[in-house]
Design a protein around this ligand. Sequence first.
Ligand SMILES: Nc1nc2c(ncn2[C@@H]2O[C@H](COP(=O)(O)OP(=O)(O)OP(=O)(O)O)[C@@H](O)[C@H]2O)c(=O)[nH]1
Ligand SMILES: [Mg+2]
Length: 343
Amino acid sequence: MFSFFKKKPVAPEAPAAPVVAPAAAPVAAAPDVPDLLPIEEPAEKKQSWMARLKAGLSKTSNNLSVLFVGAKIDDDLYDELEAALLMSDAGVDATEYLLAELKRKVKEDKLLDAAAVKAALKQLMTDLLTPLQRPFELGRHTPTVMMISGVNGAGKTTTIGKLAKHMQTHGQSVLLAAGDTFRAAAREQLMVWGQRNNITVISQASGDPAAVSFDAVQSGKAKGVDVVMVDTAGRLPTQLHLMEELKKVQRVIGKGMEGAPHETLLVIDGNTGQNALAQVKAFDDALKLTGLVITKLDGTAKGGILAAIARVRPVPVYFIGVGEKIEDLQPFVAAEFVEALLG
Ligand SMILES: Nc1nc2c(ncn2[C@@H]2O[C@H](COP(=O)(O)OP(=O)(O)OP(=O)(O)O)[C@@H](O)[C@H]2O)c(=O)[nH]1
Ligand SMILES: [Mg+2]
């Protein structure tokens, strides 16, 4: 079973979300929102996704796997494992944590062969990453307002495009705000894309990102659309005035609709190494992120950065991307990811 979005069929004040949406959804505000669970992926599609994820993370998985081939369980193995984890972008904290836990497990369970130690590492990694796994919920608000942030070129606009199309195929109406008002080309890119895909894009030539976002939220409310996604211009966390501008966009969205944005996402390029962790910290400090999207795991990404995030700043990872096609963006599933990393 494979789900892309999780629909929230209960009223906001209701307690914990059910794992599977009941068939008869008692939604007062949006009675015609279709049930989005479960969604079966064709086996061959799912396979090609795993193959791409595996290929993307092959550098790390090769480095880790080779250590365990016919290895003795000794200090040399632990030293090499430490180096391989650090090389994978796991960072010092997660590396030390994983090594200490692994040593404890080896002793406790009296593990004697390398394959069993590798299996124990796999389990530890899965346990570490599982808290990052969180289904993306739709249907709780009308509209669900999402704001997308990130450094330049991380994959924000591409991700918005893919998410919009996925949402459309799940019967959701989508409206986009061209909040990247720095470059005319960025606005054009989104407008053309919107026309081609029959998705309304709110844009303003006179570029104030907060105003565009406000308009989009107002329009989304008036039209009763399901999802409003606000694109923003790329910026570095060190560009303090631009970070302030982003906070303003977020505040003004809240003036357009109370409680919005319901999701504030950070898009990270999976190839950025340890700097990705600095990005998560800085954007989270500024915006209180609700989730991450990690893109470009098909390139030279090493994957260990998720372990670093899990240990140091555990913001949920909603989606991961392994390419530029629509099906290349999928929900993050810890067990799948670890299979690709240590399979
Ligand atoms: N290989 C690969 N390329 C990707 C992926 N996601 C996005 N890209 C590419 O990355 C480049 C930048 O993507 P954009 O979506 O424009 O990035 P952005 O964050 O909106 O960039 P700015 O608005 O300029 O800050 C484009 O060439 C995308 O096609 C991915 O998962 N894999
Ligand atoms: Mg962009």
